[in-house]
Design a protein around this ligand. Sequence first.
Ligand code: Q9C
Ligand code: ZN
Length: 336
Amino acid sequence: MRVIFDPRQTEHAPERELHNGAWAPYAEVPARAESIAALFDCQPARDFGMAPLEAVHAPEYLQFLQDAWTDWQQTGRGGDAIPYAFPVRRRRALSLERIDARMGRHAFDAATPIARDTWKSAYWSAQTALTALEDLLTGTQPATFALCRPPGHHSGHDYMGGYCYLNSAAIAARHALSSGAKRVAVLDVDYHHGNGTQDIFYESADVFFASIHADPSTDYPFYWGHADECGAGEGQGTTLNVPLPRGTQWNAYRDALAGVVERLSAWKPELVVVSFGADTFAGDPISEFLLRTEDYEQMAQLVATIGVPILVVMEGGYAIGDLGANTASFLAGIAT
Ligand code: Q9C
Ligand code: ZN
């Protein structure tokens, strides 16, 4: 399997996050990516520039991500920039200058700090996905792996959240369309619903977004990912959400995935982008599904039955001691 990993992605290192209302060490640490990279012969990212990012994210949001840490430092506070006040829906779309207001305007949670090197790492995370996409489209292999960090699937058109700043999977999917693909599927198997990706493609007929995730009635991100969210406008019917209860094991997960794979196969995508999170693992410290290492190989084999090229993009997974083995298990199943 061709694996793209850019070491600049490990420079992003926030100190702490607000986890269930209390300060906790930041779970999305550089060692996550390093523990996976150590198992493969990785190639660095190539630079596709800003245009593919601008095709997904608002220019003002991209500028905000580049400015936020410096602007925050200029208040004299030190530490990571953390949003704490949010414009609730129905407020006017005010465009305020103060960094505190800009933080809230571009975030949906307080769990996603901006540290000194956040922009650099997020930029190279997106470029990692673009590089793996190009290698997939120009090569002969059935799949490539973008070892992205920070993750992306909670990030929307103009917002960050859930450890995500730039939506690398969405950026790759849209770049595939601009490179000539007509129908691209994004299959999100992270424990958490991929709300950012869903929002980005909610009204798009050329991208099918399907997600299996913890029921948002009980789990983050709460306000997206319910089974009745099916897309809108031209995208009506091209969003599919399958929420599963806490405690889900492989047998029930497999049945849900089989149904999703059937729907995707019937839609006939030319390419599948898999948002792969290993936080469905039984030992994950922040999640409540019960998959085992060997289940990931079977999961991938089922996904591979769709029979089209597959770009695997790394999302979450926080059991660092098992993350490499779980990811390798998935990649083994994709390639066989
Ligand atoms: N107890 C990804 O896996 N923590 N992001 C919320 C819930 C944020 C997870 C607190 C979890 C984000 C990419
Ligand atoms: Zn997750």
